[in-house]
Design a protein around this ligand. Sequence first.
Ligand code: MLT
Length: 404
Amino acid sequence: MFKVNDNYLKLPGSYLFSTIGRKVREYKAANPEKEVISLGIGDVTQPLAPAIIEALHGAVDEMADAATFKGYAPDLGYEFLRNAIAKNDYADRGCEIAADEIFVSDGAKCDSGNIQEIFSIENKIAVCDPVYPVYVDTNAMAGRTGTYHTATGMWSDVIYMPCTAENHFTPELPKETPDIIYLCFPNNPTGATITKDQLQVWVDYANKVGAVIIYDAAYEAYISEENVPHSIYECVGARTCAIELKSFSKNAGFTGTRLGYTVVPKDLKSGDVMLHSLWARRHGTKYNGAPYIIQKAGEAVYSEAGKEQLKAQVGYYMNNAKTIKEGLQSMGYTVSGGVNAPYIWLKTPEKMTSWEFFDLLLEKANVVGTPGSGFGPSGEGYFRLTAFGTYENTVAALERIRNL
Ligand code: MLT
């Protein structure tokens, strides 16, 4: 008789955003007359920028002609895209990352879940608490996290680094030494970020203890303040301790078209083994590349027109962030985030739990957000709203919250 991977059976409930989706579907089915506004999952609402659409059309036409048709993409991504990434996201920022250290993929969610495969099951992970659930869930599926305690909402073999109001939602170095450290800045869900000096402390620490940092920079385009690093490779020594994950979803609206990349520097080694070789082996074996037309669209993100248009798009969402933040503050809520990130992190009123507030907002204001406790125990009593809605819906949602 076959056996299942019983690590899956240890996972509590379903994936956070699936649970929310189900609750919202049930509410809508029972209340078809209600117009529900979603500021829950970080999904974009603005159309792809004209430069990207033009590139997509051009690439589709190429696929219609035998002379320019493309089949399988190169394992690690087309060179035109990897070169554009290496120049714009790294060289122009003074970071030393070569095009062949960049692995193009269909998004940072998959990469952030898959990257753990190249590490031994013996490794101990450290995560921020609250945290994007994919990091922990995928390590749990692999059997790296021990047992789950329902009462505490914690896994026995995970090092949690609480991010609370007291530490301005930035983690402190863990007391127990981890092997793999997941960091995400600007942060999902809290919207907090750290300075370059603070990130340098993590890089130095990782190099000292022999840990690897998996740095999720999916929200980098939303940084508005000086001295906030756009890439971990701005820090000295990051090439020997850090993998970076990037997404085209949030900076360029590719949530539906899917594109991302992972950087694994060749200097990052365990003994003599380059993690680059392992990730290349995995990529080549399990993945056939993001579609040509999507990679051409990705290239357009770095064109002059693309850059201009996307700056405006990010500005649109950040205006929503400001509107939400200031609106909630004027109602007396305690709010953070929303300055370098498209997420606003608020304290639930009257000591409500995160899920109680979720239900209240859904039922009384018909607004969907994300309960903080879904991201980890330290998220309890908090709630996340996203700035990725339309401006009109953002304003309408705030009005409804005001009238609660
Ligand atoms: C979120 O809402 O946290 C994100 O949209 C999830 C993701 O990017 O996968």
